[in-house]
Design a protein around this ligand. Structure first.
Ligand code: PMP
Length: 391
């Protein structure tokens, strides 16, 4: 059997539309299939390869760590240089009160940890999240997700979760003194790139402060430079109580984190048993890759280029079939009439060598989230091929 046959026979599938693209190598913004077929990657493994595939500095950091040690001990027991250096580097990107980092393996795990921490710190049981939010696939993170179709089959889920509309001021009144936390994506990703305004986030922050509710910002998709700021909340002049991140954090390696104030995080210690544990969280190889990723974003001044690159996409992607473009930096959604119109365009673009896709909860829009290192020439090539695919 060839790889595609093995894929369909033995690899669990969770969609009727697997893209089924076979890749043998990836480098920078490009991926290469068998017989050298070359693709321009416009989705970065869903917002992961922000510094491009196999960035040399990331590879070097991984290699250096491979020569030292792999797994040593469950998280937080031994002093491991890649973990502590990464924690410090993360805190240096953040407002000073966010000074304590819990490293995990993925976005869903970061969300789980953040929710547990909020309950533990506030001693409250209710959580508020947003309709159409995506926070992960584990039971807890699914419970705070905001799409009923995804949740239906798994009920009963976490009790005490209520949903509000992202961006709706009047719903903020539902945040009360019983609310442990509000969890919200700073930019809603899987809803198809929805961006609330600064005034909304400031009102949300104010309501959380007034009720003693912790504000958890999910920047798993929007963080690590994707929107042109290192963290998307910087656009809105607010700060979270707990920040969750993953995806772009590892430069292609699996890692995530939830970050809070040392006092808040200390709630996990006030426990006769262990507060929250993980075997592999903050794996040293992933942590080394993550530290290198932060350095690359800073040294290559990637943040400064995001807005101009996004503007170039918007300037070039003009066509009567394109109904509009929503974006915050290089987190973009190109809107079409329907999925039926969009799907063949995506398929033709892939044939032409440009990879895009759609969103979990918004299938009439094309996802564009390229590696931040993409050049102007590559953007021009990509947009030219997308326009050809539209026809
Ligand atoms: N939150 C957001 C905003 C996400 O986009 C995702 C992944 N799409 C997650 C959480 C879950 O992350 P993971 O798949 O790493 O568990």
């Amino acid at each position: 059997m060839n790889n595609r046959q093995l894929f369909l026979s033995h690899l669990a599938q969770t969609t009727d539309f697997p893209l089924m693209i076979e890749i043998e190598k990836a480098e920078g913004v490009f991926m290469f299939g068998p017989e050298g077929k070359k693709y321009l990657d416009l989705i970065s493994g869903i917002g992961v390869s922000n510094v491009g595939h196999r960035h040399p500095k990331v590879l070097e950091a991984i290699q250096e760590q491979l020569d030292k040690y792999l797994h040593l001990m469950v998280y937080g027991e031994y002093v491991q240089s890649p973990q502590v250096k990464l924690a410090k580097a993360l805190c240096d990107t953040l407002p000073s009160h966010l000074d304590n980092v819990y490293l995990v393996n993925s976005g869903s795990e970061a969300v789980e940890g953040a929710l547990k921490l909020a309950k533990r710190f506030t001693n409250r049981r209710e959580i508020i999240s947003c309709i159409n939010a995506y926070h992960g696939s584990s039971h807890g993170s699914l419970s705070v997700g905001g799409n009923e179709i995804f949740k239906r089959a798994y009920r009963p889920l976490l009790p005490g979760v209520n949903h509000i509309v992202y961006g709706a001021y009047s719903h903020l009144e539902q945040i009360t003194e019983n609310t442990a936390a509000v969890i919200i994506e700073t930019i809603q990703g899987e809803a198809g790139i929805k961006v609330a305004c600064k005034e909304y986030f400031q009102a949300l922050r104010k309501r959380c402060d007034a009720t003693g509710t912790l504000l958890i910002l999910d920047e798993i998709q929007a963080g690590f430079g994707r929107t042109g700021k290192f963290w998307a909340f910087e656009h809105f002049d607010i700060v979270p109580d707990i920040l969750v991140c993953a995806k772009g954090m590892g430069g292609g390696m699996p890692i995530g984190a939830f970050i809070a104030n040392k006092t808040v995080m200390g709630a996990f210690k006030n426990n006769p048993l262990l507060g929250h544990i993980t075997t592999f969280g903050g794996h040293p190889v992933s942590a080394a890759a993550s530290l290198a990723t932060i350095q690359v974003i800073q040294e290559e001044k990637l943040l400064e280029q995001v807005e101009a690159k996004a503007d170039l996409f918007k300037k070039l992607l003009v066509h009567p079939m394109i109904k509009g473009i929503r974006n915050k930096g290089l987190m973009m959604a190109v809107e079409f009439e329907s999925f039926e119109v969009l799907k063949p365009i995506i398929d033709r673009a892939i044939e032409k060598g440009v990879i895009t896709d759609w969103f979990l909860f918004c299938d009439d829009s094309m996802r564009i989230a390229p590696p931040l290192i993409i050049s102007e020439v590559e953007i021009e090539q990509a947009c030219g091929l997308i326009l050809e695919a539209i026809g």
